[in-house]
Design a protein around this ligand. Structure first.
Ligand code: PEP
Ligand code: MG
Length: 838
């Protein structure tokens, strides 16, 4: 075999519609556990070689064959699903193991009627079984004919440079009877390989005088182990016993769908089935890091005798509370100086909680009964947490974490413990639930990542972790806390996974990826100040979302082409009186000034829903998110909107200021504001009009995009609210966090419709919701017709770099096919295949 590095194009082995793996109705194939690849729903009766190579394995039952291409890529061609059960009935293999075949040569013929009637599905797979060394990129997702180009196979960087793990420790041996229906065919073999790869030890199966390493799918299948055959398993290495036990279980447990061949499980569940040695949670802040696990334990109090001096204990508690208040005040001042609004808001809330009479009264009452200050404080907080948790709102339950934070802080002050953890830099922190104070401490100590047994992706800790760029996974479950202190783990936050037993090779890969990412960031930043054009010359504006003039200055420094969204409701959050016209005008002017000669999109105030302002109390509502928010304010407080428009009209130069209206649902709302703007311009003697745009964040607006575009100068899609309202899922709901995904095909259809509507009137469309900052979505948004992306300032360089690697016409072609997919997971999977993230 000669191994060259050439890119290989595979031709279609069958004729028929092409499917991404995510759409295959089989949990193991769909989860990618067996490797990257593609599927075809065949219309013909002969499977052909997709390239020249050597047949390295032929299934006993004649339904699958593995071909090794000349560049070393190993391709499993698997006809139909669960066809192993046909025991060869209806299949005739046309080649033998070891034979060399030419591209397009017939490999196996099957009886279409017979097989179709007896198997679960005829959908056939082309799987790259050594995906660790090669990558598959589909060329088309349409119907193909035998011989047409189907996939590109590209060798991954550094492939083949495997690090050998030194095998120490005793060998462990066990025996087991194979429970998998049809024996150890491709899918169970893939699971065995994956299980074995979760451990450092090397494992082998021995059967009928032959042995195979569990690292090799082909080796395992080559043992031709049948159902109920007894095999020997041997494992050698530092964790041999654990590996052996895991393998014995995997070999003796039939795959879930072998019992009930039903619809595929949801993606998250599928991954759970497939991965041994991995805990699954929800991504709260992205990233991939490796390092020692460091468990943070909460303070546990021993029993209190209960005969304390109340006066003295009250004094002790007061003293501790004063100390913690002044610590928090320092944090607040720092946050204020750095214009860190998230941090400010969170710690301001903590200060308020420390003064909460419900907490203090309960603690003092217990102290009066003779309880120690430590126990009284602890008990008072626990009681409040319970109240919050019983309200049935996950958002409020998350706030209980803020209370637990204060419990620990005050307890530390009471016990005289240093407010500091001794943590090795580069550690990955594991805790029941981290608190905002913990997070600030930890980020200063140079930790690499965070994982929590509990928590939600919208908690304050999650917001802070994202702001600090610290990878963070929440809701990993209680077993996180059973893990050993110091054990080396990999935190794959993007995938919501904590790998408990990464092997040396995986760790080296992760470290390499970390270094590469750093380097990439530096390179991207160096290019961030030049415009972003796709390879075929389409200019995409990459602007930034900001909440203040200092964030605008930061955005300009990061290379932003402008401000794509200034959320004016955040300009005056921390005050009790409304800003007057002049004050507002100064604030808007400051943002314009901070942006040099770039344009700034300023959104009129979007209060209501989950955003409330002290100086603008709105009536309580049964469904605030469906109530008076955004532009609907014009209905109840028209004078406020007039005041804001007047302030906006007085900035200079007006040509750089664009006005954006939130939560528009019908054309009349836009026409009304246009009229008000005209009237105010006349009042102020202005001849120039600023551009006026509409947020598309309600499905109604997306569906009416054409009508809105007739009267608007531009449209800007707010994918955060558009997801919430399209999917009927609260955007802050922790339990739904992983499902509120703007890549849902329903949203993509609304985005496509928005762009099509805007194009009718030659208007441009931007995206200012969080989807714009997701590099996986960049090609899709460009493909659907978006020409401006407003992202978080630190991501400007990354998104511009992404744009520069894309071909807009290819994006258009593929994105429209993605609208036909059936879930956000399927869209993401297809995007990874078409436009892999570097
Ligand atoms: C959105 O809804 O996507 C958006 C950008 O607005 P906000 O997040 O401020 O509601
Ligand atoms: Mg919104």
């Amino acid at each position: 075999m000669h191994n060259n590095n050439k890119e290989l194009t595979l031709s279609a082995p069958l004729s028929g519609p092409v499917l991404t793996l995510a759409k295959v109705p089989d949990a193991v194939f769909a989860s990618g556990a067996m490797g990257d690849g593609i599927a075809i729903d065949p219309l013909n009766d002969t499977l052909h070689a997709p390239c020249a190579g050597v047949i390295v394995h032929v299934a006993r039952t004649g339904h699958a064959v593995t071909l090794r291409a000349d560049n070393g890529a190993e391709l499993l061609l698997h006809l139909g699903l669960d066809t192993v059960e046909l025991q060869g009935n209806g299949f005739s293999m046309l080649v033998q193991e070891g034979a060399r075949v030419a591209n397009g040569q017939p490999l196996l013929r099957y009886d279409q009627d017979k097989v179709a009637q007896q198997c679960k599905s005829l959908v056939s797979l082309l799987i790259l079984t050594n995906s660790q060394d090669f990558q598959a990129r589909p060329i088309t997702l349409k119907s193909v004919k035998v011989g047409e180009p189907l996939l590109h196979i590209i060798r991954r960087n550094g492939a083949g440079a495997h690090t050998e793990v030194e095998l120490v420790g005793e060998e462990r041996i066990g025996h087991v009877r194979i429970a998998h229906r049809g024996g150890l065919h491709a899918r169970p073999a893939a699971l065995i390989r994956q299980t074995a790869q979760g451990f450092k030890s090397k494992s082998q199966l021995h059967f009928a005088g032959k042995s195979a390493t569990c690292d090799s799918l082909i080796g395992l299948m080559g043992l031709a182990i049948g159902e109920q055959d007894e095999v020997q398993v041997s494992c050698q290495g530092p964790d041999a016993e654990a590996a052996l036990q895991a393998l014995l279980i995997a070999l003796s447990t039939p795959l879930a769908e072998e019992h009930h061949a039903a619809a595929p499980a949801p993606l998250a569940q599928r991954n759970r089935v497939a991965e041994a040695g991995v805990l699954h949670g929800v991504c709260a802040a992205p990233g991939l890091v490796g390092g020692p696990l460091f468990r943070l334990n909460a303070i546990n109090l021993s029993a209190d005798a209960g005969h304390n001096d109340p006066a003295q204990q009250r004094q002790v508690l007061d003293h501790a509370l004063t100390q913690v208040r002044s610590e928090i005040a320092v944090t607040l001042t720092q946050a204020g100086k750095h214009k860190n609004t998230d941090e400010e808001a969170i710690f301001a809330a903590h200060l308020a909680l420390l003064e909460d009479p419900a907490l203090l009264d309960a603690a003092n009452h217990s102290i009066d009964l003779g309880m120690a200050a430590t126990h009284a404080w602890s008990q008072s907080i626990d009681a409040q947490c319970e109240v919050l948790q019983q309200l049935g709102s996950s958002l409020l339950a998350e706030r209980a974490n803020d209370l637990r934070d204060l419990k620990q802080r005050v307890l530390r002050a009471l016990l005289g413990e240093a407010w500091h953890y001794d943590i090795p830099p580069g550690a990955i922190i594991a805790a029941h639930e981290l608190t905002p104070s913990d997070l600030l401490q930890l980020s200063q100590q140079g930790v690499a990542g965070l994982c929590m047994a509990e928590g939600g992706a919208t908690s304050h800790v999650a917001i802070l972790a994202r702001g600090k760029g610290l990878p963070c996974v929440v809701a990993l479950g209680a077993s996180l806390l059973d893990q050993e202190q110091g054990q080396t783990v990999v935190l794959d936050a993007d995938g919501g996974r904590l790998e408990l037993l990464p092997n040396a090779e995986r760790l080296a890969d992760v470290r390499h990826a970390e270094r590469a990412r750093q380097q990439r960031r530096t390179e991207q930043q160096a290019q961030a100040h030049t415009p972003a054009l796709t390879v075929d010359g389409v200019r995409i504006e990459v602007a930034a979302n900001v909440a203040s003039s200092s964030e605008a200055a930061d955005a300009l420094a990061h290379g932003a082409d402008g401000v794509g969204l200034l959320r004016t409701e955040f300009l005056f959050v921390d005050r009790h009186t409304a800003p007057d016209e002049q004050e507002q005008c100064h604030a808007y002017q400051a943002v314009l000034d901070a942006m040099g000669d770039k344009s700034v999109i300023i959104r009129t105030i979007d209060v209501g829903g989950d955003k409330q302002l002290d100086y603008l109390p709105l009536p309580a509502e049964a469904n605030p998110v469906l109530g008076l928010r955004g532009i609907r304010l014009a209905q109840v407080r028209p004078e406020l909107l007039d005041q804001q428009l007047r302030a906006l009209l007085q900035v200079s130069p007006l040509s750089r200021c664009r006005i954006l209206l939130p939560m528009v649902t019908e054309v009349d709302e836009l026409l009304h504001i246009r009229q008000r703007l005209d009237a105010l311009c006349d009042e102020l003697g202005l001849t120039q009009r600023p551009e006026l745009g509409v947020m598309i964040e309600v499905p109604a607006a997306a569906l009416l995009a054409e009508q809105l575009a007739e009267h608007a100068d531009f449209l800007s899609i707010g994918t955060n609210d558009l997801s919430q309202y399209t999917l009927a899922m609260d955007r802050d709901h922790a339990g739904l966090a992983s499902r509120v995904d703007a890549m849902h095909p329903a949203l993509l259809r609304l985005i496509a419709q928005t762009c099509a509507g805007a194009a009718q009137h030659q208007r441009w469309v931007g995206v200012c919701g969080a989807l714009a900052s997701d590099p996986l979505a960049t090609p899709v948004l460009i493909g659907l017709g978006v020409s401006e992306l407003s992202v978080s300032p630190v991501q400007v360089g990354e998104i511009k770099d992404r744009v520069r690697h894309l071909d807009a016409s290819e994006c258009r072609r593929i994105s429209h096919d993605l609208l036909k997919l059936s879930s956000a997971g399927a869209v993401r999977h297809a995007c990874h295949q078409h436009w892999p993230l570097s």
